[in-house]
Design a protein around this ligand. Sequence first.
Ligand SMILES: Nc1ncnc2c1ncn2[C@@H]1O[C@H](COP(=O)(O)OP(=O)(O)OP(=O)(O)O)[C@@H](O)[C@H]1O
Length: 580
Amino acid sequence: MSEFLENMEEENPNFANELPVPVYDLKKKIMGIADRLLDKSIDFDSISGSEMGTTVENNIPYMNKLIESVVFQAEREYLDGMKIYNEIDLKECILILNKILIEGCTKLENYHIRYLFIDEFQDTDDVQIEVFQRLQKAINADCKLFVVGDLKQSIYRFRGAKLSAFTKLKGNNSDGWDVHKLNINYRTDSRLLNLYDEIFKSMGSQGTLPYTYEKDRLSSEVCKEAKDEELLVCVPCHAKDDDIRYETIMGIIKAEKIKLEKLMAHKELKKEERTIAVLVRNNWQVDSVLKAAEKDGGELNIEIKTGGDLFQLESTIDFYKLVSALCNNTNPVYLANFIESNYTDLILDYAKLRGLSETETKKELVRVLDEFFELRMRKTWRKVVSEVYSQPVLFVLKQIYEALRPWKQYSKQFDGQKFYMSNYEYLLEKIIKFSRVDALTLNQINVYLGINILTGQRQMARTVEFDDKGIHIVCTTVHKSKGLEYATVILPYTDDDIGNTNKVKLEANYLESKMSYVVQFENKIRESNSNYCDPDEFNEQIAEESRILYVALTRAIKNCIWIKNIDDKSPISWGSILED
Ligand SMILES: Nc1ncnc2c1ncn2[C@@H]1O[C@H](COP(=O)(O)OP(=O)(O)OP(=O)(O)O)[C@@H](O)[C@H]1O
C-alpha cells in the first residue's frame, strides 16, 4: 500500500492530501474486499483487469488499480510466504483442493469410498460444489453423492451460497439423481405450522421465498400445549424508546418461563422443549438483550451462543498470572498475584508480609512456592523457573497446568470446569497460531497476553453445552440457531428496514466473469464499480432476509412471539412480512 501511495505521489505530489478518505480506512476496506472474495472461495488469479468494470462514484477513481496492485499482490505474497514454512491458510484450502483435483489425483481411488454425504447443501458455494463433483469423479465411478438441504434456509449469501446450488450440482445430468422430498415436520405444532403456512405462501407469491404451497407445505401431527391464541403472537410496543422495548422483552420471557414451569410440574420435557430462544439478527442485539437482563436485576439467566470474552475469562487471567510470575520471578507483586490465582489454593498471610522488606517478602514468597511446587510437582518453584527457560515453553506450561489443575479451584461444578478447560485450550490454540511453535518464547506469550487483556481485545470464548434439567433461556443470532429447535421463539427486533441497501457497507463478488464491489468508508464516502447493481442487491437482500426470517420461525416447537414496533416506519421489514 505504501509503495502504491509513493508511486501515486510521484505523479501527483499532493496525492496523499487529496485522498478523500483516511489511509487507515482505505487499507481496512480494501482488505475487506479481499476477505469478501475469499469468503466465497474466489481465486484472485482468475480475475482479470478487464473484468473489474469501472468506478461509478469516482471518489476513488484508482480503486481498481488499488485492488489489483495492492490487494491481489499482497494476498499472493502472503500465500507464497506461507509456503516457505510449509503452511497454508485455512481460507485457501478449498481453492488448493480444487486445483489438485483439476490436475488429477489418482490415489483417491485406493480409498474405495462409496458415499459422500453433505448436509446443509444450500450453503455451499460454486467452488465447493465443483470440489465435491471432482472428488466424486476422482474417487471412482461408483461413489455416490448424498446431499441434503433446503433452499428456503439458504442464509450464507455473503459466503457465496446461491439458490442455484442444486441445479449446479445436477448439471446436465438430472436423470442421474434420485430426488426425495421431506414433507413431514416432526418438530413444530401443526396449528403453528398452519399459521406459518399463510406467511410463507405470501412470501412465495411475492417471490421473496422459494416456497409454493403444493411443493413445500409441510404436514405435522405434533400437538403441543399452547392454546390456539398463544401460538403466534404479536406484541405491539413503542420500541422507539429502548427502555420500553427491553421491558417488553423481559416481560415476555418471564411470562413464557412461568408457563413452562407449570408445564414441567406434571410433564417431563426434553432440553429443547424447556428452552426459550430470543433470536436476533446481529451480535450487538445479543449484547443489548443481555444488558437489559442485567438491568432487570439479573433474575433471568440468559445463555449466549456467541460466548463470553476470551481475554477476560479467569482461565486466561490465571494463565497470564502464571506466565507473568515466571517472567518476573524476582518481583513479589507478580509472585503474590500468581499465588492468588486458581493455580494454587495457598492463602497468603498479608499481615506477616507487611512487616517485611522487599527482599524478605520475595524470599518468603519463593519459600511458599517452593514448598507448594515440591508437593504438587516434586520439584521446587526455582527449578520450574529454570526449566521454562531451558525447555520448550509450551511443554513446561502444560506440565504446570496439568499438575496444578486450576479448573478444580475455579469451580466445583463439572460444567464450570469444562468451560475453564475448553477456553484454556482455546487460548493456547490462539497463542500457537499467533507465533510458529518452535520459535515461541515465554516473553512473547507474556507480551501477547498482556496486550490482549489490557487493551480489552474482543474474542468470543468457547461455550460449553450443559443441562441442569431446568428452563434454559438463550439469546443468539438466527445464523447460530440453524439446525436447532426451541419450545418458544421470541423475535424482539422485527423493525429493521431489510430493503435498505445503503446499509451494505462493503461487498465484493465475482460472478459470470464480472467482479463487483461496493465500499462505504467511515466518513460516508462511497465507491462502487459498474458491475455492482443496486436494484439487484435490493431484491437479493430482501429475499435473503426473508429466508433468515423463515429459519427463525421454523426453530419453534410450540409457539412464537414477535414484537411489533408501533413507531416503525420501515417500508419492508420482518414485521411487515409477518403482519401481511
Ligand atoms: N422420523 C422421525 N420421527 C420422530 N421425530 C423425528 C423424526 N425425524 C426427525 N424427528 C425430530 O424432528 C425434529 C427435527 O429434526 P431435524 O432437526 O433432523 O430436522 P431438519 O430437517 O434438519 O430441520 P431443519 O432443517 O429445519 O433444522 C427433531 O426433534 C427430531 O428429533
